[in-house]
Ligand binder design. Structure first.
Ligand SMILES: [Zn+2]
Length: 356
């Protein structure tokens, strides 16, 4: 009986996830807070630094390109306003404060990717900071992720980070999604990454797994996983006054598909294995796997004794295994503990593992 009901909720939760609006009385019980554009200051780029257009009446927006600016936010804004720059992006996020500035309308084409078709089909965001030095905060990941969620909803591209490979030669191939500047193909040789000038931002300090955790935290579907961020976040009901449960930070749970909106808070009913409880979206992040997930490596991949620790071995592309623990986020990487069928066991980086 219980299993049947859960199976039904899982099924309809998956379908209901995209369209439900806050406040609706929804028999499917999968309410979501609407994808709102975050508050931004408007500071237009100089008109010689971008191309006026009327997207999406002609060109669709399907990519969201992540940059790190190699400078402070104010310098970046000033540079895009300088007629000598010949570069621009739609948004600038300040890594110190989380403040956002919009510099181009979404319909206009920014000059940021070093590949014209990718410029034509993308939105670009610059995050202040330096590729080899800056430790990005959750505040920054969250504000950036909120833009992604809004834009993906508005322009209908997947809320997915496409991390494991260089983006397609043809910008109109595939579904699109969120990529780094370092994944843009060189326009003259699409096996070479980083656009025409070989840029490698946002670099290895940008934690893509954690960033995707923020991008997807409002849109976790039945059967997908969430990692709880703090102790006492789980409640017996979808209400901050409901009794809390003994669930500790770092616990990974399965979304049941039952989602409620109460005021400004979106609550998920999660399956903790031996119990069920409700956690606000603000207290969890989407996670790609949970313990027991079957995975496969998408490239040769290091196996370390600890997250960010000593390398024990390298397993080859296509090695299968089972998730034994995690995720653990370090500066730059999300790690999972994997038991590989080839015999190795230890911690590997999120984005070169896929569901098997
Ligand atoms: Zn860049």
């Amino acid at each position: 009986m219980r299993e049947t009901r859960r199976t039904i909720l899982k099924t309809i939760g998956g379908i209901a996830g995209t369209g439900a609006i806050s406040g609706q009385t929804n028999a499917k019980q999968a309410e979501r807070l609407p994808a709102m554009k975050p508050e931004m200051r408007w500071a237009p780029a100089d008109e010689s630094n971008y191309s006026e257009a009327e997207r999406e009446s002609d060109l669709d927006i399907r990519w969201f390109v992540v940059h790190v600016a190699q400078g402070e936010a104010e310098w970046t804004v000033d540079w895009f306003q300088n007629p000598d720059a010949n570069v621009s992006a739609h948004y600038v996020a300040d890594h110190r404060t989380g403040d956002l500035t919009q510099m181009l309308a979404e319909e206009d084409i920014g000059w940021h990717a070093g590949n014209w078709p990718y410029n034509q089909h993308s939105l670009g965001i610059e995050h202040s900071g330096w590729v080899n030095d800056t430790v990005y905060t959750d505040t920054l990941y969250e504000v950036s992720a909120r833009i992604v969620r809004w834009a993906a909803t508005e322009f209908d591209f997947p809320k997915r980070v496409r991390r494991s490979e260089i983006a397609p030669c043809d910008a109109t191939d595939g579904e699109g999604g969120v990529i780094g500047h370092d994944q843009i193909p060189n326009p003259y040789d699409c096996t070479e990454p980083g656009g025409i000038s070989g840029h490698y931002d946002p670099g290895s300090l940008w934690n893509w797994g954690r960033y995707e955790g923020f991008i997807r935290r409002w849109d976790i579907e039945a059967g997908e996983n969430a990692v709880v961020l703090s102790d006492d976040a789980a409640h017996h009901g979808p209400d901050e006054h409901a009794k809390t449960m003994a669930v500790s930070a770092g616990t990974v749970a399965i979304a049941t598909g039952n989602v409620r909106v109460r005021g400004d808070t979106q609550w998920y009913k999660l399956d903790f294995g031996d119990s069920h409880g409700w956690v606000p979206a603000d207290d969890l992040l989407y996670a790609r796997f949970d313990a027991g997930s079957a995975v496969e490596t998408t490239s040769d991949l290091n196996v370390s004794a600890e997250p960010d620790g000593k390398r024990l071995a390298t397993v080859s592309e296509g090695t299968t295994g089972t998730i034994a623990g995690g995720p653990v986020d370090t500066v730059g990487y999300r790690w999972w503990n994997v038991d590989y069928e080839s015999g190795e066991a230890g911690w590997s980086v999120d984005y070169w593992l896929k569901s098997d």
